[in-house]
Design a protein around this ligand. Structure first.
Ligand code: ATP
Length: 235
């Protein structure tokens, strides 16, 4: 497109202890784009998000956000640059109320959404403010986890399987939320198992296999490449 990427990942490698799991991940994301990382279990999608966020022991290569090299920065500094990670486990504290969960992460940069703006995106959260975190449904917990990260001021969101375990009607709601966030200018990297869902929200899809990005499929070409995609995903 000619636009400078918001994020450029090149030659990214990562380890869990002695175990070398990313072997040179390369991809980029334009401002305002939604891209997915698709691939089989264990391919390295979650590890890629964790490496971008700096929450993994050992990593090397290059992760450049808006011109700033982040590979050697601690995760708090990466958060201050505007990257927010919503892990698959969602990280909702059961002993805290919805409101306390929402207020947990500090606002790390200007531009964080106000509570009112978060309630506009997720009306359910407002109704449940005084409830305990665990009293929420899986879908509400996912929305709380996303809402919480928006408070920090993050403008690049890393979402790890937000639809996992959710009913179809809730998945649709998450899809509308992602579309709205895109409309509002957020950039999103989404890890998904459900490529039919991915197809409804994403601009492009990167295929991860054995710790590398092996292909990129523009969303408009996904249907034409469905056999190839099935092969990649083993479905
Ligand atoms: P999934 O959908 O199963 O999460 P994924 O593509 O996200 O798949 P990762 O979770 O990134 O894959 O895992 C990549 C590799 O790293 C796998 O071989 C996995 O077993 C290994 N791995 C993941 N987490 C750890 C950990 N905490 N310690 C050691 N090895 C790990």
């Amino acid at each position: 497109t000619g636009t400078a990427p918001l994020l450029r990942v090149s030659g990214l490698e990562a380890w869990y202890g002695e175990s070398h799991v990313l072997h040179g991940i390369d991809f980029d994301v334009a401002p305002g784009e939604v891209v997915t990382l698709l691939g089989r279990n264990g391919a390295g999608k979650t590890t890629t998000l964790k490496s971008i966020m700096g929450v993994i022991g050992k990593r090397k290569g290059s992760v450049v956000l808006e011109g700033t090299e982040t590979i050697a920065l601690p995760s708090r500094a990466i958060a201050r640059l505007g990257i927010g990670f919503v892990p698959e486990e969602r990280g909702i504290y059961s002993s805290l109320s919805v409101e306390e969960n929402l207020m947990l992460p500090p606002q790390v940069r200007p531009g964080g959404l106000s509570l009112e703006a978060i309630f506009t995106l997720f009306p359910n959260i407002k109704e449940r403010l005084k409830s305990q975190g665990t009293k929420l449904s899986g879908g509400e917990q996912q929305m709380l986890a996303i809402g919480r990260i928006l408070r920090t001021g993050a403008h690049l969101l890393l979402l790890d399987e937000p639809t996992e375990g959710l009913a179809p009607v809730i998945i649709e709601q998450i899809g509308r939320t992602i579309a709205k966030l895109k409309q509002d200018g957020f950039t999103i990297i989404l890890v998904e198992q459900n490529f039919r869902f991915a197809q409804t929200v994403a601009d492009r899809h990167y295929i991860v296999e054995q710790g590398k990005v092996i292909d990129m499929i523009p969303n408009a070409e996904l249907d034409a490449n469905i056999d190839k995609l099935h092969r990649y995903l083993g479905v």
